[in-house]
Design a protein around this ligand. Structure first.
Ligand SMILES: Nc1ncnc2c1ncn2[C@@H]1O[C@H](COP(=O)(O)OP(=O)(O)OP(=O)(O)O)[C@@H](O)[C@H]1O
Length: 281
């Protein structure tokens, strides 16, 4: 069995507000193994980004702690690269230069200029963006920007990749292409990934485990679903598998029956929500 890379123990966080402390999440317990792909899913505002930001070192837990490789996390670090929904590339730099900036910041002491150059090209190639390396973000599509954002994160050689709805702003086709690319990259590199998603199908297709969160305030992990679909996964073949549909139904049932956010819960609204093509509101 792979070793545990990351452990969240009894994690809770309170934000100061005008009305006093607001407990966003509490009692979050999670172990993530090296090479594992874990998705976080839950209704809007339940605390998914808050949890991810704590792992990134951008938020500090009020109680409990997060340990990675035996060291407590209390600030951001290059071993935990974050990919946001909106790529966050610097608009005045080309794709190449955006990746270069991250590579230089981290590897200037360890790599020669030539090694850095090859490493940047290698990572752009991984996401199929070599052809557009000299373009600026304004000259490429949303999906391409997101690819460069992923290349930049991977180029940091992170031990864990944290993705906050990385494909949330993309159209369905582009999203599917990027999901496939991410699965290919993961098969090659065996990255450890924690990804927030609102898309039930995306969660089932990509994940080894799906962490389902209850509604806030004081949200916590309600259930964790193991996804044992064989890899490599091909979306069309997977969509035919009864196990895929069972898992999908489990997630939908957690979200819309056990922890529905729409109140009062009546049969009509539950059915309506279930038919939202697997997108969580
Ligand atoms: N800095 C902050 N100060 C006060 N409250 C905060 C702060 N950051 C987050 N919250 C609150 O914590 C809760 C969880 O927010 P969070 O952004 O983690 O939810 P989320 O599940 O990622 O939502 P979404 O799916 O809509 O992105 C929300 O009620 C939010 O208003």
């Amino acid at each position: 069995m792979e070793k545990v890379l990351l452990e969240l123990s009894q994690v809770a966080i309170e934000f100061p507000t005008d009305k006093g402390p607001f407990c966003a999440v509490q009692n979050v317990q999670l172990k993530v193994k090296k090479g594992e792909f874990v998705s976080l899913i839950g209704h809007s505002g339940c605390g998914k980004s808050t949890v991810l930001n704590m792992v990134a070192g951008l938020n500090q837990a009020t109680t409990g702690g997060i340990v990675m490789n035996g060291r407590e996390i209390n600030q951001p670090g290059p071993e935990r690269a974050v990919v946001f929904q909106n790529h966050s590339l610097l608009p005045w730099l080309t794709c190449y230069q955006n990746v270069e900036l991250a590579v230089k910041t981290i590897f200037k002491q360890q790599m020669s200029r030539q090694e850095m150059h090859e490493w940047i090209l290698h990572n752009l190639d991984l996401v199929h963006m070599t052809h557009a390396k000299d373009k600026r973000p304004s000259e490429i599509s949303g999906g391409m920007k997101q690819r460069v954002g992923i290349a930049r994160a991977l180029a940091m050689k992170p031990e864990i990749l944290l993705m906050d709805e990385p494909f949330g702003a993309l159209d369905a086709l582009t999203r599917a292409h990027l999901q496939d690319s991410l699965m290919d990259i993961q098969a090659k590199l065996n990255n450890t990934v924690i990804m927030i998603t609102h898309d039930v199908d995306e969660a089932v297709l990509l994940s080894d485990r799906i962490v389902m969160m209850t509604n806030g305030p004081a949200a916590t992990i309600g259930d964790i679903l193991e996804v044992n679909l064989e890899r490599p996964r091909k979306r069309l073949a997977v969509a035919e598998m009864p196990e895929y549909h069972r898992l999908r139904t489990e997630v939908l049932s957690f979200l819309y029956e056990k922890h529905n956010k729409v109140e009062p819960i009546d049969q009509a609204s539950t059915e309506k929500n279930k038919n939202k093509a697997g997108k969580v509101a």
